[in-house]
Design a binder for this molecule. Structure first.
Ligand code: ASP
Ligand code: MG
Length: 482
């Protein structure tokens, strides 16, 4: 049994829907020969829909009623075009038209009350933003039926039981598992493909929630874990996870295998892959996750597993950059040997809610520096001045300052652990490219080396590191001794 999740672009147009139907049909055929056959589909909203819904709700809060009213026609058209192109059966079309009408009426009612109240609560926003999936799933189920499959749309509010952290709810595992088995297994057993809405869930009381932006991947992993499937497939619009962003490093290639740990490191450092939270349910049950391309379905994509096969292990697997950062430094000779400076620094940072992405302190203890998003820099610096007012007065601390235009480059790979000389190669690469490295950090997991560089150096740093590790070659070739 497998779970197949299709993202927004995979259901972005009539052609894409047709492509998805073909992919699901083939999977159903393959699965039928297996010991425990079954396909469960999870779908995102059509691309652009969730953004539009959120914008409509936010504008309604500010009293703008014309936007959500105007959007209803285009929303209807967007879905109707797909139905019109891919579904011939008159009663199917009529049933879908009723579903769309119902959802649009709900959208209208919700937005008009938001406008009247002049208030958009996180709870209200979750109901509005989940409407896209609740249109896409019935549509996809109907398209699958038009392609000769048996399929049934299911609202995940029936399956995924969450806490009430609106906008980023967490599943309650045991309740979710019981509901998924009860509701989905009988369908799967008689050869029906459940088509489940991604992104959404509901509290125990039945109040709708969302799992956070991009949450459909998480939905797929939650369902996959609940049903203990053989594989979770994430169908997207790229050939899996790449060694680097191909827009910056033109010879970047798709990575055959990654470990859960590597994916977490990459996601943390801003690579547009799966959110670490997403793979958590898969990790717990050791279920493989495969990232595949809807528009090039024969490409093997990337397989994410607990332990990658020896020939796919490699040392450095990928490099990524996080932009828009600020490097904050606290410096002063009087800091040496004074306990508690680091603790006070980071409690001050926590008080203003800033996210620290990297920390580094020299062993002389004369400075601590750390990286935060540019947007939090000002409030962090103010909080530190406040916290260390006394130390600044006495000159134990000389200065607290930020440096803008900062980027973190993360070099990631579990195989770096215990391999000597890797850091040296990273720094040789950047030195040869004439790049000034401002700070360095390596986590004790040794699965990543991070360096801080200024904006102007990001592109050449990424390319230089990509080249020195020959990441444009398949892993097996890189590993061959020369
Ligand atoms: N449609 C939702 C979003 O755009 C969920 C998803 O696409 O995964 O955030
Ligand atoms: Mg999406």
């Amino acid at each position: 049994m497998i779970v197949m999740k299709f993202g927004g672009t995979s259901v972005g147009s009539a052609d894409a829907f047709a492509q998805v139907a073909q992919i699901v049909k083939e999977a159903v055929g393959r699965e039928s020969k297996r010991e425990r056959p079954g396909v469960v589909v999870v779908t995102s909203a059509m691309s652009g829909v969730t953004n539009m819904l959120i914008e409509a709700a936010q504008r309604a809060e500010r009293g703008d009623v014309s936007f959500y009213q105007a959007q209803q026609d285009s929303l209807l058209l967007k879905h109707q075009v797909v139905a019109g192109r891919l579904i011939e059966d008159g009663s199917e079309r009529a049933a879908l038209a009723r579903v769309f009408e119902e959802r649009l009426a709900e959208f209208d009612r919700l937005c008009s009350s938001i406008a009247v109240l002049g208030e958009l609560t996180p709870r209200g926003l979750d109901v509005v933003s989940g409407l896209g999936e609740r249109m896409a799933a019935p549509l996809l189920a109907a398209v699958l039926r038009a392609h000769g499959l048996r399929a049934e749309a299911i609202d995940a509010t029936e399956l995924i039981v969450t806490d009430n952290a609106f906008g980023g709810a967490a599943p309650i595992t045991h309740l979710t598992e019981a509901r998924c088995r009860e509701r989905l297994l009988p369908l799967v057993e008689i050869g029906v493909v459940p088509v489940v809405t991604g992104f959404i869930g509901a509290t125990v009381e039945g109040v709708p929630t969302t799992l956070g932006r991009g949450g459909s991947d998480y939905s797929a992993a939650i369902l996959g874990a609940a049903l203990n499937v053989d594989e979770i497939q994430i169908w997207t619009d790229v050939n899996g996870v790449m060694t680097a962003d191909p827009r910056i490093v033109p010879n970047a290639r798709s990575i055959r295998q990654l470990s859960y740990e590597e994916v977490a490191e990459l996601a943390y450092y801003g690579a547009k892959v799966l959110h670490p939270k997403t793979v958590l349910p898969a990790i717990e049950k050791k279920i493989p996750v495969r990232v595949l391309n809807t528009f090039e379905p024969t490409h093997p994509g990337t397989l994410i597993v607990e332990k990658v096969q020896a020939e796919a292990r490699g040392t450095v697997k990928a490099i990524t950059a996080i932009r828009g950062m600020n490097l904050i430094t606290i410096a002063g000779r009087g800091m040496m040997g004074v306990p508690g400076i680091a603790a006070r620094t980071f409690s001050a940072v926590a008080r203003v809610g800033a996210n620290v992405l990297m920390i580094s302190q020299s062993s002389s203890e004369q400075s601590i520096c750390f990286v935060v998003p540019e947007a939090s820099a000002e409030s962090v610096i103010a909080a530190l001045h406040e916290e260390f007012r006394r130390e600044l007065e006495h000159r134990y601390i000389d200065s607290i300052y930020g440096m803008p235009h900062i980027n973190i480059i993360a070099v990631v790979g579990s195989g770096m652990r215990g391999t000597p000389g890797l850091a040296a190669r990273v720094f040789t690469a950047v030195a040869q490219a004439g790049i000034n490295v401002i700070a360095i950090a390596q986590g004790s997991s040794e699965a990543n080396i991070s360096l801080v560089v200024v904006d102007a150096d990001v592109t050449s740093a990424l390319r230089a590191i990509h080249d020195i590790f020959e990441l444009h070659l398949p892993t097996e070739e890189r590993m061959r001794p020369r």
